[in-house]
Design a protein around this ligand. Structure first.
Ligand SMILES: Nc1ncnc2c1ncn2[C@@H]1O[C@H](COP(=O)(O)OP(=O)(O)O)[C@@H](O)[C@H]1O
Ligand SMILES: [Mg+2]
Length: 277
């Protein structure tokens, strides 16, 4: 059975135009033009991910990665299309679906005044993991991500972004890792921690046959750990294949191109230029 089945998913946002854009026009134009604009954040995306597969979504800022992950994690409702997790429709069976999903996000929803440990034990309780098991598992995970144990008891707001990101990862891995939705899990981490998180993702898959959907800015990362990847721009998938096939299909004069070349030729954009933190 497919772990993730997305068919023609669409999510448009209806947003107020930025004041700057409106002032540029003359008064008449301002009256005639709507003050709102439609942003097609996810525009007809179809995707199937098999159980145990690691699938990467690569795209610049604002391309729709988080919107897609948020729909799958039942945080926002799609405008149209169907999204299923292990055959369950995310709109009709959202409570069931939520039990399978773990989401890690850079803008992790934490209680910032509480300590890392308090946040983790809260999550553990939500998922029915007992406190003792949770504490020992959290220690093990955070140690392997090189986060000091003593940091566990400090208010989360005192921790750096990279440290908070590690806590977010630990939170996702504490509980049943059937499906991980990782929204830029390594953005903002130093190179060593990055590698550790990548190793951990591979380890989870090896042990638990975890299905992983991750978004990234990092070409090396998706090349290294993903079985397949899609390049997304303006809410649309431009390509979707294995890294090997992509490199082969886009090779020039018999020479394999890098994923980076493919990305630039497809999007006209350099990933490193788009404000990665
Ligand atoms: N809640 C929202 N309200 C209005 N616009 C949004 C909202 N969330 C995202 N967007 C817009 O949708 C587009 C895709 O955003 P997002 O999915 O966050 O991209 P990414 O994660 O790839 O950076 C962007 O243009 C963004 O400004
Ligand atoms: Mg995002």
């Amino acid at each position: 059975m497919e772990a993730i089945q997305i068919t023609d998913a669409k999510k448009y946002f209806y947003t107020r135009k930025k004041p700057g854009e409106r002032h540029e026009q003359n008064v008449l134009m301002r009256l005639l033009r709507p003050a709102k604009e439609i942003v097609p954040a996810v525009d007809n995306i179809t995707l199937n991910v098999k159980k145990g597969e690691i699938f990467g979504i690569l795209g610049p800022n604002g391309s729709g990665k988080s919107t897609l992950i948020r729909m799958l994690s039942t945080l926002i409702i799609p405008d149209s299309g169907s999204l299923k997790i292990f055959g369950m429709d995310i709109s009709k069976e959202s409570l069931k679906v939520r039990r399978f999903i773990n989401r890690v996000s850079v803008d992790a929803a934490f209680f910032k005044k509480l300590s890392a440990w308090e946040n983790l034990s809260y999550a553990a309780r939500l998922y029915g993991v007992d406190t003792k098991t949770a504490r020992s598992r959290a220690k093990e995970i955070l140690a392997s991500l090189l986060l000091d144990e003593e940091k566990l008891d400090e208010p989360l707001e005192n921790l750096s972004r990279g440290m908070q990101q590690k806590v977010a990862i630990a939170r996702a891995l504490l509980t049943s890792p059937v499906l991980l939705l990782l929204d830029e899990p390594t953005t903002g981490l130093d190179p060593v921690s990055k590698r550790q998180v990548q190793q951990y993702i591979l380890k989870m898959r090896a042990i638990h046959d975890t299905t992983v959907l991750l978004t990234s800015h990092d070409l090396d990362e998706v090349d290294r750990i993903c079985d397949r990847l899609a390049i997304i721009k303006d809410g649309k998938f431009l390509v979707c294949d294995t890294p090997e096939n992509l490199k082969k299909n886009y090779s020039k004069n018999g020479r394999l191109t890098s994923l980076e070349d493919i990305f630039i030729s497809l999007t006209g954009q350099d990933l490193t230029e788009d404000g990665t933190e």
